[in-house]
Design a protein around this ligand. Structure first.
Ligand code: GLU
Length: 612
C-alpha cells in the first residue's frame, strides 16, 4: 500500500498519491464515434470516493462535468424495476452477459428480448418502458430519476446529445430491429431520443460517487436521505453490474477488482462495494474494449490496496451476545428487604439478562439462537437488552421469530428492553416482531428485571397487611423492647403521598428520614441538565433520606412516589430527644442501619463486578 503522507485524512492523501501516479499512464484513445466525445481532453482525470453516509473524497478534475453515457444504464434499469417490477422487466430484457461488444446487434432470439440492460439494445428496451403521458413528460421523468440518484438536478449536454442523435445509426439499427421483432412497442425515434438524452446527462465524479453510494446504501441517497430504490432493486442492479457492467471485460474485472461496476465511453467508471462505498473515476482514454484505461487501473489498485474484492471476506461471525447474567448476580436497582434479597439470591437464577450487540444477520443470528436455545432450558424469564444492537436483517428476524415461538412453548417469558439502540429501521423491525409475537417491551432493562423479580417474589411472598403496619416488622427497629417501640410510635409522623409526588428534592435541607410503610418510591439523581437517572427503588419496610440526616447536609437525590405511598418520618430533633431519653434506642437503630448499609454495599459491589 502506498505510504501515507500526513494530512487532513490519510485516505485523501492516498487518493492524491495514486492520482499523481496514474496520471502518468498513457495508452488508450478517446472515443470518437460520437464526434462530440472526441473533443474530450485525454489528460482529464478525476477520482471521487463516497462512503455510504455521504462523505465524498475527491482528487483531480472532480468539478468538471462529462456525459454519463453507459454508466446511466444500471440506474435507468433500477428505476424501471421500481415502476414495473422484476417479472415485467424480465419479459422485456434478459440478465445474461453477452460476451459481445456493447453496441453489438445481437439479440436473444429465443426469448425475443435483448440479452441484458447493460448493452445498448437492453438499455434502449428499458428506455422504451419509461412512463409519462408525452415524450416531454418521459424525458422529465428520466431526468428526475437521475437527479434523485445524484442528489441534485442534473442537466443534459445538448452538444453531445445532438451529436449522438445525428450519428447514432447503429443504435438506430438496433432499435428498429427490436421494433421489427416486437421487443419494443414505441416509435424508435422517440425511444432513441430519450436514450441519447439519458446518455448525455452531465455529471461530475462527485455526482457519480453519490449515485454509487446510493446503491451501496441500499437505495437511500446518503446526501438527501431519499429512498430511490428498494433493496431488492439494488440487489438486481448490482448483480447486473457485476456480470455485465464492464463490457466484455466483465469476467476479468470480477476476477481482479471484484466489485459491481459500470463504465461508459466518456471514460467514466463507477464501482460499488455494497454496504460500504463507491468509487467514481473519469479519464477519457479508453482501451480497445471501451473501458477507461486509468479507470480500470485505479479501481484495480484501490481494490487491492484496501482488500475491497467482494470475495475477500475473512471468515468472521460476530458474537452478538455481549454478556449473559442472571438476576441473582445482577439484581434490579430496587432496594429489597433482607428476606426478599435472600429469596432473590436463589430465585433470581430463573431470570436471565442477555445483552446483544452489533449486527444480526444469518450467521450471527444462527449462533445467537443456538445459545439462547440452551438458556431457555434453564430459566423462566429472559430479558433481552437491545441497547447495543445496531442492525437486524430478514434472516435474523426469521430465526428470532422461530425462537420466540419455541420459548413460548417451553413456558419461558421473553422481554425486550431498550429497543431504540440501533437505527430507526432496526428499532421498527424489533418492535414489529414484539408486537406480532406479543412480547413484553420495556423501556429500561432495570424495569424489566424488577418486574420479573416481583413475579418471582410474588410466588413466595406472604400476604402483607398494609393497614396494620407494625413497627416491630421493620428491620430498622428490630431489637427494640415493646416499650421502646411505643415511644417511637409517639414520635413518628405518618404521611401520605400521591403517585408522582416529590417526597425529597436534591439540595434541600434534610431534617427528616423516612421509613416506607406502603407503596414504592424511586430514587433519582441528576445526570445533566433536565436529565435524571433512576438509581434505586425502595419498597415497604425500607428507609430513605437517612444520608442527609446522618451527614447534616443537603439531600443528594430526589425521591419520588411511584404510587400512593404511606411513610413514617423521624426528624433529627426526635433522634436527639431519643438519645437523651434512652441512648439504647438510638444505638439499636444505628446498628440496624449499619447492617443495612453493609448489605447494600455488598449488593452494589456484586453489580459493579458484573459490569467489568
Ligand atoms: N451513448 C453511447 C452509445 O449508445 C453509450 C455507449 C457507452 O457508454 O457504452 O453508443
Amino acid at each position: 500500500m502506498a505510504n501515507y503522507k500526513t494530512g487532513a485524512s490519510p485516505f485523501q492523501d492516498y487518493l492524491t498519491e495514486i492520482h499523481a501516479e496514474l496520471r502518468g499512464m498513457t495508452g488508450g484513445a478517446v472515443a470518437d464515434y460520437i464526434p462530440e466525445l472526441a473533443k474530450a481532453a485525454p489528460e482529464s482525470f478525476a477520482i471521487s470516493f463516497s462512503t455510504i453516509d455521504g462523505q465524498v473524497y475527491s482528487v483531480g478534475d472532480s468539478g468538471s462535468a462529462f456525459s454519463i453515457q453507459s454508466v446511466s444504464k444500471p440506474f435507468a434499469y433500477g428505476g424501471a424495476l421500481m415502476r414495473l417490477g422484476e417479472a415485467a422487466l424480465l419479459r422485456a430484457v434478459g440478465v445474461e452477459p453477452t460476451g459481445e461488444a456493447f453496441n453489438s446487434i445481437v439479440l436473444d432470439e429465443r426469448n425475443n428480448r435483448p440479452f441484458n440492460p447493460m448493452v445498448n439494445a437492453g438499455a434502449i428496451a428499458v428506455a422504451a418502458l419509461q412512463d409519462g403521458a408525452t415524450p416531454a413528460a418521459r424525458i422529465a421523468a428520466m431526468q428526475a430519476l437521475f437527479s434523485d440518484f445524484a442528489g441534485r438536478a442534473l442537466g443534459i449536454d445538448e452538444a453531445v446529445y445532438r451529436s449522438e442523435a445525428e450519428t447514432g445509426h447503429r443504435n438506430r439499427a438496433i432499435a428498429y430491429l427490436m421494433l421489427n421483432s416486437g421487443m419494443i412497442a414505441r416509435d424508435p425515434e422517440e425511444v432513441l431520443d430519450l436514450y441519447f438524452r439519458q446518455c448525455a446527462l452531465l455529471v461530475t465524479t462527485e455526482d457519480l460517487a453519490v449515485m454509487g453510494a446510493t446503491l451501496a446504501n441500499n437505495g437511500v441517497n446518503p446526501r438527501t436521505g431519499k429512498r430511490v430504490l428498494g433493496s431488492a432493486e439494488v440487489r438486481d442492479v448490482l448483480t447486473l453490474m457485476m456480470s455485465c457492467g464492464m463490457y466484455d471485460y466483465a469476467g476479468e474485472w470480477s476476477y481482479d477488482v471484484g466489485l459491481p461496476a459500470k463504465s461508459g465511453v466518456s471514460g467514466a467508471v463507477l464501482a460499488v462495494l455494497p454496504g460500504q462505498l463507491s468509487i467514481a473515476i473519469w479519464s477519457p482514454p479508453l482501451d480497445p474494449i471501451g473501458n477507461s484505461v486509468r479507470g480500470v487501473a485505479a479501481c484495480s489498485r484501490i481494490s487491492r490496496d484496501f482488500g475491497l474484492h467482494l470475495f475477500m471476506n475473512a471468515a468472521t461471525v460476530e458474537d452478538v451476545i455481549r454478556r449473559e447474567t442472571r438476576a441473582s448476580r445482577q439484581p434490579s436497582l430496587r432496594i429489597r428487604n433482607p428476606r426478599e434479597r435472600d429469596l432473590l439470591a436463589q430465585e433470581g437464577e430463573k431470570i436471565a439478562l442477555v445483552e446483544l450487540q452489533g449486527a444480526l444477520y444469518f450467521a450471527s443470528a444462527e449462533r445467537m439462537i443456538r445459545r439462547l436455545g440452551r438458556l431457555i432450558a434453564e430459566v423462566r424469564y429472559l430479558v433481552l437488552d437491545f441497547r447495543r444492537l445496531n442492525s437486524i436483517d430478514g434472516a435474523a428476524l426469521r430465526f428470532f421469530d422461530d425462537f420466540l415461538t419455541r420459548s413460548r412453548a417451553a413456558g419461558v417469558e421473553i422481554a425486550f428492553a431498550e429497543i431504540g439502540g440501533g437505527t430507526a429501521d432496526t428499532a421498527g423491525l424489533i418492535s414489529g416482531l414484539a408486537r406480532d409475537r406479543g412480547v413484553r417491551v420495556f423501556g429500561a432493562v432495570d424495569t424489566a428485571l424488577e418486574t420479573y423479580e416481583d413475579m418471582v417474589l410474588d410466588l413466595a411472598r406472604e400476604p402483607y397487611d398494609h393497614t396494620n403496619f407494625a413497627l416491630d416488622t421493620i428491620r430498622l427497629f428490630q431489637g427494640l423492647e415493646p416499650a421502646q417501640l411505643r415511644r417511637i410510635e409517639q414520635l413518628i409522623q405518618p404521611m401520605q403521598f400521591e403517585a408522582g409526588a416529590h417526597i425529597l428534592r436534591t439540595g434541600e435541607d434534610g431534617r427528616m428520614f423516612f421509613v416506607l410503610a406502603r407503596g414504592s418510591v424511586s430514587v433519582m439523581v441528576e445526570t445533566g441538565q433536565d436529565e435524571r437517572l433512576r438509581v434505586g427503588c425502595i419498597g415497604p419496610g425500607q428507609f430513605f433520606g437517612e444520608m442527609a440526616v446522618l451527614e447534616g447536609g443537603p439531600r443528594s437525590a430526589d425521591v419520588i412516589a411511584d404510587e400512593r405511598v404511606v411513610c413514617y418520618g423521624l426528624t433529627v430533633a426526635h433522634l436527639d430527644d431519643l438519645a437523651a431519653e434512652d441512648p439504647h434506642i438510638l444505638s439499636t437503630i444505628f446498628a440496624n442501619m449499619a447492617r443495612e448499609f453493609a448489605s447494600r454495599i455488598r449488593a452494589g459491589n456484586r453489580v459493579i463486578s458484573q459490569l467489568q
